[in-house]
Design a binder for this molecule. Structure first.
Ligand code: SAH
Length: 384
């Protein structure tokens, strides 16, 4: 995708903080355009990106391979704005959750999940979420706004710095998932450039297999990924038929399974033999965890190159849903495997600090008045 062409004012008189150009959220193309606009060579973009992203530097005076004149010029016209860390919580299993203030009224959450051979950072793309998925805590918070590039990149910047800004081979964050608060594919203007920064060798240099966008199923944007960005995709499926999915993931009414599933085939089409989609399926007691649901799922996904990830439901206040029993999860898994699907069960992490999947709440100043028209989940539960 072409980054929007931004006009920069190259006058070097001191600007107020608001007038200064923010560099944290610029991908390489935008950064090169910025340097050109202030009369500098484009290769400065890579140098500055390295300082910001690899060394965690936010003060131009510390960028020692830039001349003194350029450092001064940059501090007059640009800034590297970073969010305030409001809270840091560490779970007994090593999971860390940061609450970052993005404006006076709103904060978002970012979670680091260390595992034996990798470390995953789960980042947020919006303040709240507009999709109202009934099993998700963020969905119950309401929606305020999209996060901008710098606010999404800042989550990696903050976490990477907190974990010591190690050289790439030793870096603790090896994978990024857009599975925090918000729907990344309803904010492609800001999530796509962010993804490019995460994968840029002058920044974090993550491979496309290690950066995953997770979506509830915004079909036109799934097609845009294919055209504009080489990245991994996870689909929050959660139900094997439209009747159930309309309740759990209401955007299904707009893009039902017969529209969604073909878009997943289009996504993997033309890729190498490893190209696949991760299918996420939250396991809710006596709701979507029955034998017939597993059988329907096998049929639905029969020919799609995919890996199914079963996620035990994580409860949050005011929900009537319950986690499936271990037995139910194992039975469900066995049916999928007998049907030829590749299945993993996600281990719940960080639940003692409310950092598990779907528990991220942050602080959202709801502009959708969600609480006024909240649906009664019980009334909507269907017996099948
Ligand atoms: N909007 C995007 C990304 C945010 S949700 C999407 O829908 O994919 C990321 C994942 O969190 C979802 O796939 C879902 O599996 C998981 N999730 C949400 N609420 C959950 C809950 N209460 N328990 C377990 N997983 C949950």
């Amino acid at each position: 995708m072409q980054s929007p062409i931004v006009e920069f004012d190259s006058a070097t008189d001191d600007k107020t903080e608001q007038q200064k150009t923010d560099l944290l959220g610029m991908d390489r193309q935008a950064m090169e355009a910025f340097f050109k606009s202030i009369g500098e060579k484009p290769f400065r973009a890579g140098q500055v990106m390295k300082w910001i992203h690899q060394f965690g530097i936010s003060d131009f005076s510390e960028m020692t391979n830039l001349g003194k004149g350029l450092r001064e010029k940059l501090s007059q016209v640009a800034q590297i704005r970073t969010p305030k860390i409001v809270a840091e919580q560490v779970s007994s299993d090593g999971t860390i959750k940061w609450l970052l203030e993005v404006d006076n009224q709103n904060s978002v959450e970012t979670v680091y999940i260390p595992e034996k051979n990798r470390g995953t950072l789960c980042i947020s793309s919006q303040v709240g979420c507009a999709l109202e998925c009934t099993f998700c805590s963020t969905g119950q918070q309401g929606f305020n706004r999209n996060l901008e590039n710098w606010e999404i990149v800042a989550q990696m910047w903050v976490a990477n710095k907190a974990l010591g800004c190690k050289p790439k081979e030793e870096r603790r964050i090896t994978n990024i998932v857009f599975m925090g608060m918000g729907e990344p594919l309803l904010n492609v203007t800001h999530t796509f450039p962010t993804a490019r920064i995460l994968m840029d060798d002058f920044a974090y240099g993550l491979s496309k297999r290690r950066v995953t966008i997770s979506t509830a199923g915004v079909v036109p944007a799934i097609d845009r990924i294919k055209q504009e960005l080489d990245i991994s995709l996870a689909i929050s499926l959660h139900a094997p038929n439209n009747k159930l999915r309309d309740i759990l993931v209401p955007i299904n009414k707009k893009y039902p399974l017969e529209v969604l599933i073909p878009s997943l085939y289009r996504f993997v089409e033309g890729g190498n033999s490893k190209k696949h989609v991760t299918v996420e399926y939250v396991m809710i007691d006596k709701f979507n965890d029955r034998t017939e649901h597993a059988q329907q799922l096998v049929k639905l996904l029969a020919d799609l190159p995919c890996k199914v990830n079963l996620i035990p439901f994580n409860p949050f206040p005011n929900t009537d849903y319950k986690r499936s029993s271990n037995n139910a999860i194992h039975r469900f898994r066995a049916i999928l495997e007998q049907g030829g699907l590749n299945v993993t069960v996600r281990k719940t992490r960080g639940d003692d600090i409310d950092a598990a999947c779907g528990q991220l709440a942050g602080k959202v100043s709801d502009r959708t008045k969600r609480t006024l028209h909240r649906v009664d989940f019980k009334a909507k539960q269907i017996k099948s």
